[in-house]
Design a protein around this ligand. Structure first.
Ligand SMILES: Cc1cc2nc3c(=O)[nH]c(=O)nc-3n(C[C@H](O)[C@H](O)[C@H](O)COP(=O)(O)OP(=O)(O)OC[C@H]3O[C@@H](n4cnc5c(N)ncnc54)[C@H](O)[C@@H]3O)c2cc1C
Length: 393
């Protein structure tokens, strides 16, 4: 019987054994208060510390309680819509700038956290799903996607981005050698651990939900942070926490599962996403599949702030396990989390209210874009410098 609600990543012994942080009580002061301790909020905290300032971080749950600790673990360089689609809609310069920034972020992560956490195996964008098409519709859709992959390949190589055509046991598509994969919960906990080095200038509090956010003050049930700037780094649910952003960012649920180890330890050579990026899977070194997708299966129901897995989407994911593994494999964990979507695929980096900047809306691909956006939010809040054109302000 699968564990419903708990991310499969949490079985990692380091994730399971990491000591928890206290919750906030009483009044504390800092130059900056960061609300939300996913990878984005933790990166915002690191940026504040790099500037020699003090920072307090708050999370409603534990560190990386949201999507940052519950996602597919893909480290894909570039914007969520894909760099060539983003170039068409935001302009080549903006799309390429975000591409470069996310590659730098990935290089930094790989160097800093090491190969136990970041596996630089590349990624595979498959046209369709592994194996032969199962219907005429699927066959025709696959041909359209092969054509799209070819177009993407020529855009990428034409702009100096490494990419190769893939034709192999899984099907056909594009191999992007610069990408990577990770256990996202371990990544966030490791980033949080590194902040501890800053001692008195830095404090993190778990189970301390911000109940009111205003210029100079963030209040929780039992405490308050008084500060010069508030940075809200929350992807899913940003439109609820800061209702003035509703209409610019909208919360959706994404779902995943994890399986028991596959008998074939090397079934997937690298993280693989297929069917126009809707479905994805990576295999960890122990052989387990971490698989998600089906965002388009029950579209309207997934526009929700609820983060419990549903029968409809999980049944679809069960079918995907068969496609990716080739055989039935027992499922050990099923879970979901919230993310934010924007109209044109650009993440938000914006002044939400007096003394409060916010970032979020990563359109389902925030592992690298989130930290880049979070640093831009700190720069906006502390220096008044508007974010680059790859973000919506
Ligand atoms: C199933 C799934 C699969 C995904 N797969 C990928 C992938 O493979 N690659 C990729 O790049 N992206 C992926 N994403 C998207 C990615 O996970 C997110 O864009 C990214 O993790 C967002 O991180 P964040 O730190 O910005 O925000 P979040 O992870 O949303 O973190 C926000 C934090 O804020 C806290 N919080 C909320 N409200 C409050 C409050 N009132 N007070 C204090 N704290 C609060 C939450 O507890 C949470 O810890 C996926 C998302 C999901 C759900």
């Amino acid at each position: 019987m699968a564990d419903s609600g708990t991310p499969g990543w949490d079985t990692d012994p380091i994730v399971a054994r990491t000591p928890r942080r206290p919750s906030l009580s009483g009044v504390r002061t800092a130059d900056v208060c960061v609300v939300g301790l996913g990878a984005s909020g933790l990166s915002a905290m690191a940026e504040v510390l790099r500037r020699g300032l003090s920072v307090i971080g708050l999370d409603a749950g534990r560190i990386a309680a949201g999507a940052a600790g519950r996602n597919g673990g893909f480290l894909l360089a570039g914007p969520a819509p894909g760099v060539q689609r983003a170039a068409e809609s935001w302009g080549v310069a903006a799309a390429m700038e975000l591409y470069r920034d996310t590659v730098n972020e990935l290089d930094w992560l790989a160097q800093t956290l090491g190969p136990d956490i970041v596996r630089r195996a590349g990624s595979l964008r498959l046209a369709g799903l592994p194996g032969d098409p199962r219907s005429e519709f699927e066959a025709a859709d696959r041909l359209r996607e092969i054509a799209d992959c070819q177009e993407q390949l020529s855009f990428l190589t034409g702009h100096g981005i490494r990419a190769e055509w893939y034709s192999g046991t899984l099907g056909e598509g594009l191999f992007l050698p610069d990408d990577g994969a990770m256990n996202p919960a371990r990544r966030a906990l490791s980033q949080a651990g590194r902040l501890g080095d800053a001692g008195a200038r830095c404090a993190l509090f778990e189970h301390s939900a911000a109940r009111s956010i205003s210029a100079g003050s963030v209040k929780t049930t039992a405490g308050e942070v008084r500060c010069g700037l508030v940075v809200v780094a929350v992807d899913g649910g940003l439109d609820v926490l800061l209702p003035e952003l509703a209409g610019r960012v909208r919360t959706a649920r994404l779902q995943m599962l994890a399986t028991e180890p596959l008998p074939d330890l090397a079934k997937l050579p690298c993280p693989v996403y297929g069917r126009w990026g809707y479905d994805y899977a990576q295999q960890d070194p122990a052989g387990r599949l971490f698989l998600g997708g089906g965002r388009d299966i029950d579209v309207e129901a997934e526009w929700t702030t609820d983060s419990q897995p549903t029968e409809v989407v999980q049944a679809y994911l069960d079918g995907l396990v068969l496609r990716f593994a080739g055989n039935p494999v027992p499922v050990s964990h099923r879970w979901a989390a919230s993310v934010g979507y924007t109209e044109d695929g650009r993440a938000l980096v914006t002044s939400a209210r007096d003394g409060v900047v916010a970032c979020g809306g990563y359109n389902g691909t925030g592992n690298l874009v989130g930290p880049v956006a979070a640093r831009a939010a700190v720069t906006l809040g502390l220096d008044g410098t508007p974010p680059p054109a790859c973000f919506a302000s």
